[in-house]
Design a binder for this molecule. Structure first.
Ligand code: PLP
Length: 615
C-alpha cells in the first residue's frame, strides 16, 4: 500500500507530503498546506462542497519550461528559426483560466488557437496584438470573414485550411472585400499517426488535412490567384498525449520533407512549421502505468535536431517552429478537492449487533472469530469470515436464517475485515489472492464524475487521487469511489493493477478530503451536467512568496439550482411561485411554521445542487 500515492511520478515536484498533510510547493523552499487553502475557501462559500482550485503558478511553470527548453535546443543546435506557441482554446476555454494564460504568456507572445466561431471571437478579443492566432477545424464563410476582420484589425492570424473548399472560400472572401487577407496555413494529412487512446488525429484516414494531391492543387490555386505570398505555415497534429516520441519523429520527418518540397515549388512566404499539440502529461500513480517516456528537453532536442537535419540536407532555410500543446500547459494547474460524505460500511457498527439468546452456529462462530482475532490468525480468520458470509447469504435465500441473523453476520464480518486489515503487516498475501477486490470500501464523494472527470467516464482516463491529510496513517482500505449522481457509471472502481488505498475514517468524528490532480485540461470543457450537477465552486489561488501566504484571487461560487433550472429553459421563479401557492393553501400549525418552510425552500433554490447535509 503506497502511502505516497505515486506523487513522485505524477507530482512533478508541485506537491509534497509534510508529516500527515499534503502541501503545494509555492517556491523551491516553501510550501502551503492544501487543507488550509480548502478551509479558507470554504469559510467564504459553503463547506463540504467540491472545489476546483486553480494554481496559476503551475501554468507559469509549464510555459517557462516550454519556451526555455525550445529556445535552449534552438541555441544549442544553432538552429536558424525561432519558436512560437499558441494555447488551444478547446483545452480550457473558461475565462478565469484564459485570463491567467494570457497574462502569464505576455512575455512570450503566447497566442491562442481557435476551432470555432465562438473560440475565434475569444481569441480575437484576448490575444495581444503581435502574438499569433491560429485557426483550425472546419470553416464556413462567416468564420473566414471573422479571420479577415482579425487580420484587418492588426492580428497576426493564420487560417489553417482543412480542405480545398476552404481555400476557395478564402479566395472568394478576398475578392469580395477590401480587407486584409489573413495568413494561410495548410494542415497535412500524414500517413504517420499518433498513439494511445487519443490518436485519431493523424494517419491517412484522419478526420483532418490535405493529401499530397490536394496540397499540389492548393499551391497551384494560390499561384493562379497571386496569393502564394499568403501561404506561411504548414501544420499537423498527430493527436493528444503523445506517449512515444518516435511517433512524432515519424510525423516530423514526413512534414519536414513536404515543407522542403513546397519551398522548392515556389511557396516563397512559407516560413513556419506548426507541429500541433500532444505533449504528454503524467497521470500515473503506479510505475507500470507511466505514460510519457521522454522529457521536455529530449522532446525539444528531437524536434529541432530533426528539422535542422532535413532542411540542411535539402538546402532549405530552417522554419520557425510553432506548437499548440494545451494539455501540457494547463493540466497541472487544476486540482479538484471533495469531501468524502459517507463510507459504505458506515452502518456496520458493533453497537448495532443484536445477538439472539440462541444464534445459528455460523453466527456464533463469527462472533468467536471476532473476539479471538489477532495478528497471527488474521489472514486465516479473514478467509473464514468471507466464506461464512457467502454461506449466510445462501442460508438466508433458503429460509434457514432470518433478517436479524443476516444483519448480525454482516456486522461481524465487517468488524473482522476491518480489524484484520489493521493487523496484517504485510499485505502480499492479500494481493496474491486478489482479496482486495472483495474487501473494498466504497467512499461517497460530493462530486459528479460526469461534471468533473468526464474523461474517466468517456475514455477510462485515470487521474491521480489522494487524500490531502491523514498521510502519516497507513491507508488500509482498498477503495472504490462513488459520486453523487444516480448513475452506476459514476464510480471509480478499485482495480488490482491500479489500486487505490484510502484511510479507514469515522466520518461522525472526523472529516476526510480527497484531491484529484491534473484536471486542468479538457475536464472542464467536456463537463456534463448529468443529473443537473453544475460546475463546482472555483477559486484562483496565488502565493506571496516573500511571506509564504496565499490569496484567493477569485472565487466563483457553484451555480445555484435556480440558475441551472433557468439555463435548461425551465422557469425557476414560476416553479417557486407554484410551490409557494400550494403551501399557502395547505395546512400548517402556525403562520410561523409556514414562513420557516418557505425560507428553507428559497434557500434550496439559491444554493448549488451538491449535497449539504447528511444528518
Ligand atoms: C486539440 C488540439 C491541440 C491540443 O492538443 P493537446 O494534446 O492538448 O496538446 C492542438 N492542436 C490541434 C489542432 C488540436 O486539435
Amino acid at each position: 500500500m503506497d502511502t505516497r500515492y505515486g506523487i513522485n511520478l505524477w507530482g512533478d515536484n508541485n506537491f509534497k507530503i509534510v508529516e500527515d498533510l499534503l502541501h503545494i510547493q509555492t517556491t523551491l523552499n516553501s510550501s502551503i498546506n492544501l487543507l488550509e487553502i480548502v478551509k479558507e475557501v470554504e469559510a467564504k462559500t459553503v463547506p463540504n462542497e467540491p472545489l476546483l482550485l486553480r494554481f496559476p503558478h503551475l501554468i507559469q511553470k509549464q510555459l517557462e519550461r516550454l519556451f526555455s527548453e525550445f529556445n535552449r535546443a534552438i541555441h544549442e543546435n544553432s538552429y536558424a528559426g525561432s519558436f512560437h506557441a499558441v494555447f488551444p482554446l478547446k483545452v480550457n476555454h473558461f475565462p478565469h483560466a484564459i485570463d491567467q494564460i494570457i497574462k502569464l504568456g505576455a512575455n512570450y507572445h503566447y497566442g491562442l488557437e481557435a476551432g470555432s466561431k465562438a473560440e475565434l471571437l475569444i481569441a480575437i478579443d484576448k490575444t495581444p496584438l503581435g502574438a499569433p492566432i491560429t485557426v483550425n477545424g472546419f470553416k464556413d464563410e462567416e468564420l473566414i470573414f471573422l479571420s479577415f476582420i482579425a487580420a484587418h484589425t492588426g492580428h497576426n492570424i493564420t487560417l489553417t485550411i482543412e480542405g480545398i473548399t476552404e481555400l476557395e472560400l478564402i479566395i472568394k472572401t478576398a475578392k469580395a472585400h477590401h480587407l486584409t487577407v489573413p495568413n494561410i496555413g495548410i494542415r497535412l494529412r500524414l500517413h504517420s499517426s499518433g498513439s494511445g487512446i487519443w490518436a485519431k488525429s493523424g494517419g491517412m484516414d484522419a478526420k483532418f488535412g490535405l493529401t499530397s494531391t490536394e496540397i499540389m492543387l492548393a499551391i497551384s490555386l494560390l499561384k493562379d490567384e497571386k496569393m502564394v505570398d499568403k501561404l506561411t505555415m504548414l501544420h499537423f497534429h498527430i493527436g493528444s498525449q503523445i506517449e512515444e516520441i518516435t511517433h512524432l519523429k515519424r510525423a516530423l520527418r514526413e512534414a519536414g520533407h513536404i515543407y522542403a518540397d513546397l519551398k522548392k515549388r515556389g511557396a516563397i512566404a512559407l516560413d513556419n512549421l506548426n507541429i500541433g499539440g500532444g505533449l504528454a502529461v503524467e497521470y500515473a500513480q503506479h510505475t507500470h502505468d507511466r505514460a510519457s517516456t521522454y522529457t521536455m528537453g529530449e522532446f525539444c532536442n528531437d524536434v529541432v535536431f530533426l528539422l535542422k537535419e532535413i532542411m540542411t540536407s535539402k538546402g532549405v532555410k530552417h522554419p520557425n517552429i510553432y506548437t499548440e500543446s494545451g494539455r501540457y500547459i494547463v493540466a497541472s494547474h487544476g486540482v479538484l478537492i471533495t469531501p468524502v460524505l459517507e463510507l459504505f460500511t458506515h452502518d456496520f457498527h458493533l453497537s448495532s449487533l443484536m445477538l439472539k439468546p440462541v444464534n445459528p452456529p455460523i453466527i456464533e462462530e463469527l462472533n468467536a472469530l471476532n473476539t479471538s482475532l489477532n495478528s497471527n490468525n488474521s489472514i486465516e480468520f479473514l478467509h473464514d469470515a468471507i466464506d461464512h458470509m457467502e454461506s449466510i447469504l445462501t442460508l438466508f435465500d433458503l429460509g434457514y436464517v432470518d433478517l436479524q441473523d443476516r444483519s448480525n453476520a454482516e456486522i461481524l464480518v465487517h468488524q473482522i475485515i476491518k480489524k484484520s486489515l489493521y493487523l496484517i503487516e504485510d499485505d502480499a498475501q492479500l494481493k496474491l489472492e486478489k482479496l482486495h477486490e472483495k474487501l473494498q470500501e466504497r467512499y461517497l464523494i460530493n462530486a459528479s464524475i460526469f461534471q468533473s472527470l468526464p474523461d474517466y467516464w468517456g475514455l477510462g482516463q485515470r487521474f491521480p487521487i489522494m487524500p490531502i491529510h491523514k498521510l502519516s496513517k497507513k491507508p488500509i482500505r482498498a477503495a472504490s469511489l462513488w459520486d453523487i449522481t444516480c448513475d452506476s457509471d459514476g464510480e471509480i472502481n478499485f482495480v488490482n493493477d491500479n489500486p487505490l488505498f484510502l484511510h479507514d475514517v469515522n466520518l461522525d468524528e472526523e472529516e476526510y478530503y480527497l484531491a484529484f490532480f491534473n484536471v486542468g485540461a479538457y475536464q472542464e470543457t467536456l463537463a456534463m451536467q448529468h443529473n443537473l450537477f453544475a460546475r463546482p465552486t472555483e477559486a484562483i489561488i496565488t502565493f506571496n512568496t516573500t511571506d509564504e501566504t496565499f490569496n484567493i484571487d477569485h472565487l466563483i461560487p457553484s451555480q445555484s439550482v435556480q440558475t441551472t433550472l433557468n439555463n435548461f429553459n425551465y422557469n425557476a421563479q414560476d416553479n417557486l411561485n407554484k410551490l409557494k401557492k400550494r403551501l399557502e393553501n395547505s395546512d400548517f400549525s402556525s403562520a410561523e411554521e409556514k414562513r420557516d418552510t418557505l425560507t428553507k425552500i428559497k434557500a434550496i433554490f439559491i444554493q448549488s445542487g451538491y449535497l449539504h447535509s447528511l444528518g
